[in-house]
Unconditional design. Sequence first.
Length: 320
Amino acid sequence: MTPLRIAFAGTPDFAATHLAALLASRHEVVAVLTQPDRRAGRGKQARPSPVKALAQEHALPVLQPVTLRDADAVAAIAELQLDAMVVVAYGLLLPRSVLDLPRFGCLNVHGSLLPRWRGAAPIQRAVEAGDTESGVTIMQMDEGLDTGPMLALGRCAIPPLYTSGDLYTKLAEIGPPLLVSVLDELPTRLENAQAQNNELATHAAKISKQEACVDWHRPAAELARRIRAFNPAPGCFSLRDEARVKIWQATPAPGTPGGVPGEIIATDERGIHVCCGEGALILDHLQVPGSRAMSAAEVMRGRGDLFRPGAAFTSPQDAP
């Protein structure tokens, strides 16, 4: 099969890893689409996305439309005369007018084993749900939300203490070579595409800031999974004497504790024990305002006053 003319659409680091693999392949990346530059940092300077930065290193044309429903943006893509468009964590919906432009259509790299976890946050939701397996799906895109036929699956285990950051790293290793292998034999892969079973679909909803605030009335095992799922972003937190404490790592404690949800019931070499709606949680890595993330032992040496037994964390559910 002759090399394909490809446009790549993506924005974050995960996408840039896939773009790098395409640039090293025999296929020709003729243009890159990415989100408009965002202001970030203390100076609120406009910063290019990781995909844009990589594209500029390789002198590739970069398109940054605010929407793909704009006629000029569609015309610019049409002029590229593409064989395929590869989409990885782009952040914009592709209308039918764009999906139909490439000769072989548009392909998406999705961070789950479809049809499980369609939507914006498949990696976090898999960890939060306690899934033991995840992976990458390469699919042909249609107008639905991650509903297109599947061209390839790459699987991996989710070990018990994996964070979303750990799983993200693993999927970034699986996805790029899988994508290149699909492109190398694209007509055959399209002929053998497998339709998704919609009855097995689950939705990976976008994570809200409210979810990151720990609700101590929930079971300890559930909270431990959420803390891992939201590490590194957005990071779970709770309030302790008006201090916003980020919780990076925690494990359920054995036994049935006394106390009320949010109450600190003990501190020891394992960490800070907090009563939950069911069971207790041992906080072993956390971050107090103005400090870096540290082990519970380090935090206790510097701010033991905040975490004395009998004190309590608060959450919105505790408000009168």
